[in-house]
Write a protein that binds this ligand. Structure first.
Ligand code: PEP
Ligand code: MN
Length: 338
């Protein structure tokens, strides 16, 4: 339910509406907007009666919201969310954001080398996994806290904010301590207890789409984060499972405009995991910009044949630099800056 208030409602009337919602055992979210204040209700399991709220002073209308997600949807918030990452760096505010780095932090030298190269190429954010959710327990699982310390050193040297994945509550606590953006990976998109914990943090969360998740399921996962109070959520399309086997995944670029219509949250694209093949990353990164994504996250490795994770999709730094230049020039036509 979304309660729209009269333009000239008083603070007391707003307080009465909030108190009524809370007295029923629900959560009230006061949403200031360009066209007036609204109060969103979450926490109800069944339909609410609009008349229970329309009788209150200062209420213009109460509109039932039937979607399974509310805070993530445009009904609750029409204006696009801009997620502040660092001073002077935001996602969703007319800039195309490039996050780049290795799949995994493998060593101090490897991470610093790649961090310097992506910085020189114009990347805005450094990526790199310290906790790797691997399909087989025998594959490299990441350096853990040691890897986070290396990322923090790379940030100190390059000035690039860091995005890195948390896979469980213990790693979430560590990632929160060292990183600027907490990544929730595709395999964890429906780890609801992890989402709840990440929703309590005061740092942005990059929420990847699950391997076989529908857009509605993805937005309901975002809802878990938002419902806990974290407003700084960035969605990331990273390819889904389909019958098509010529690439690792099928990058669902349809999802970008679909999500942008349904939700106010910014949406990025990961053409590296979306294709799994380095020669497909450039065309799909261009396509991501063309379709209107707010940015891309790209895996870069200067020795891909030695990479401990996802070597076949890692781009060499020179190719990455050329791609950033192309994306920058595309902004002239598409209306963004990089
Ligand atoms: C990653 O970004 O390294 C990663 C594991 O991505 P995903 O969760 O999309 O597979
Ligand atoms: Mn990877």
């Amino acid at each position: 339910m979304l309660i729209l208030l009269d333009a000239d409602h008083s603070r007391e009337q707003l307080a009465v509406v909030v108190a009524r919602v809370e007295s029923l055992g629900y959560k009230a979210h006061v949403i200031p907007g360009a066209t007036g204040t609204a109060v969103g209700i979450t926490g109800n399991s069944g339909a609410l009666d609009p008349r229970d709220f329309e009788v209150l002073g200062g209420v213009k209308q109460a509109i039932p919201v039937t979607k399974p997600y509310k805070l993530a949807g445009r009904d609750f918030q029409h204006a696009d969310t801009v997620v502040q990452i660092a001073p002077g760096l935001a996602i969703g505010a007319g800039r195309f954001i490039v996050m780049a780095g290795p799949c995994a932090v493998e060593s101090r030298e490897q991470t610093l080398r790649i961090a310097r190269s992506v910085k020189a190429a114009g990347a805005h954010v450094l990526r790199g996994g310290a906790f790797k959710p691997r399909t087989t327990p025998y594959a490299f699982q990441g350096l853990g806290e040691e890897g986070l310390k290396i990322l923090a050193e790379a940030r100190a040297e390059t000035g690039l904010p860091v995005v890195t994945e948390a896979i469980d509550p213990a790693s979430l606590e560590l990632v929160y301590k060292y990183a600027d953006i907490v990544q929730i990976g595709a395999r964890s998109m429906q780890n609801f207890s992890l989402l709840r914990e990440a929703g309590k943090l005061d740092k942005p969360v990059l929420l990847k789409r699950g391997l076989s998740a529908t857009v509605d399921e993805w937005l309901q996962s975002a809802e878990y984060l938002l419902a806990e109070g974290n407003q700084r959520i960035i969605l990331c399309e990273r390819g889904i499972r389909t019958f098509s086997s010529h690439t690792r995944n099928t990058l669902d670029l349809n999802a970008v405009p679909v999500v942008q219509k349904l939700s106010h949250l910014p949406v990025m694209v990961d053409p590296s995991h979306g294709t799994g093949l380095r020669d497909k990353v450039v065309p799909l990164a261009r396509a991501a910009a063309a379709v209107g994504a707010h940015g891309v996250i790209i895996e870069v490795h200067d020795r891909p044949e030695e990479a401990l994770c996802d070597g076949p999709q890692a781009m060499p730094p020179e190719d990455f630099a050329a791609l950033v230049e192309t994306l920058r020039r595309m902004g002239g036509v598409l209306g963004y800056t990089l």
